[in-house]
Design a protein around this ligand. Structure first.
Ligand SMILES: C[S@@+](CC[C@H](N)C(=O)[O-])C[C@H]1O[C@@H](n2cnc3c(N)ncnc32)[C@H](O)[C@@H]1O
Length: 320
């Protein structure tokens, strides 16, 4: 094997089993390899060796996890680490650089760049909830009973990287909960609109005003296209931005966004809703649901409902 005591970064290629484990724990996608400078790996390994652990922390937060491990009663109250077991080849790769054998990597998801796990290719019409069908605009769907049909744009490669084809459990959970909670005439905020799918669903379910916000320019462009395709531009406004661009009060906020963001925004979500308003969140995998719910409840909400699908949880909170 090559001498790795050089200054070049080393690449640790991740197996599909490691990536699947990580996605199940966090809902986020790991890159296909992790890159480290040897000096960085040596620093991280010396922390682990001093702490007497055979788990190698790969970020500053993961180092904190190693140095200040939480008791089980504190689990889920602060950062959240995932342990990824190393293959023998990866162990050897790391041993060559650090001189130590580690059995696993400790990764704090918030320190790893987020990518969304969806592709727009090969989308087909799907039924969601009792009344909705999500379909690419160029595919037909025959139905004999009254159905809300939500059409999604097709044929533009810029959609890659924008989330919201309707196939992901977190989107479907939000759709089903919108179907249950949107009332005719509601003013709705769709925070993190992605493709605009939830904003269009809210409009079709009877909301009289919907604000769809996303921090990503590509998402805003696709969401605008989705809104025109579905002829709901008189109800749905799409803007680039986050919660600070939303003038309260809303009757309902839906946010299919990762726990880190929901936790950060929880106090603002409280001020955005009217008294007795509803907050729907669905971007959390099961392992992070408690952490998200605790933060939202600490901002004054009460947890009204939890709905699981696969490894994901949709949650409904009520503002007092
Ligand atoms: C998981 S996607 C959800 C897309 C769509 N609403 C759905 O349910 O399929 C999350 C979206 O939230 C956006 N986002 C992330 N942080 C945000 C924030 N602080 N404010 C607004 N949008 C945000 C991302 O750009 C992304 O498009």
């Amino acid at each position: 094997m090559a001498d790795q005591s050089t200054r070049d970064p080393i690449e640790i290629r991740l197996t599909s089993a490691q990536r699947v484990h990580y996605v199940r724990q966090t809902g986020m996608v790991l890159p296909s390899s992790l890159s480290f400078y040897p000096a960085q790996l040596k620093r991280l390994s010396s922390v682990a060796v001093k702490a007497g652990t055979d788990t190698l922390p790969i970020s500053r937060s993961a180092v904190k996890e190693v140095l200040e491990p939480k008791s089980s009663s504190e689990q889920g109250s602060d950062s959240f680490a995932v342990e990824v077991m190393l293959t023998s080849e990866q162990k050897e790769q790391i041993r060559q650089v650090t001189g130590h054998v580690f059995t696993s990597l400790r990764i704090v998801p918030d320190d790893v760049p987020v990518t969304y796990n969806e592709t727009w290719d090969d989308a087909i019409p799907i039924r969601v909830g009792r009344t909705m069908v999500i379909k690419p605009a160029d595919k037909s769907y025959e139905t004999s009973h009254a159905t809300q049909i939500i059409e999604l744009p097709v044929g533009d490669s810029s959609k890659q990287g924008v989330f919201g084809t309707g196939r992901h459990p977190s989107t479907q959970l939000s759709l089903v909960l919108l179907e249950e909670y949107v009332e005719s005439g509601d003013r709705v905020l769709d925070l993190g609109t992605g493709s605009g799918i939830l904003a269009v669903a809210a409009a079709k379910l009877g909301a009289s005003e919907v604000l769809a916000l996303d921090i990503g320019a590509a998402a805003v462009a696709i969401a605008q296209e989705t809104v025109s395709l579905n002829n709901v531009a008189d109800v749905v406004e799409v803007d680039q931005g986050s919660i600070e661009s939303a003038a309260p009060p809303f009757d309902l906020v839906v946010a299919n966004i990762f726990p880190k963001v929901i936790i950060e925004l929880a106090p603002n979500l409280g001020t955005t809703l009217r008294h007795a308003g509803v907050l729907i969140t669905s971007g959390s995998v099961v392992t992070r649901a408690k952490e998200t719910a605790n933060a939202v409840c600490a901002a004054g909400f009460s947890l009204e409902k939890q709905r699981p699908q696969d490894n994901w949880i949709g949650m409904v909170f009520r503002k007092p």
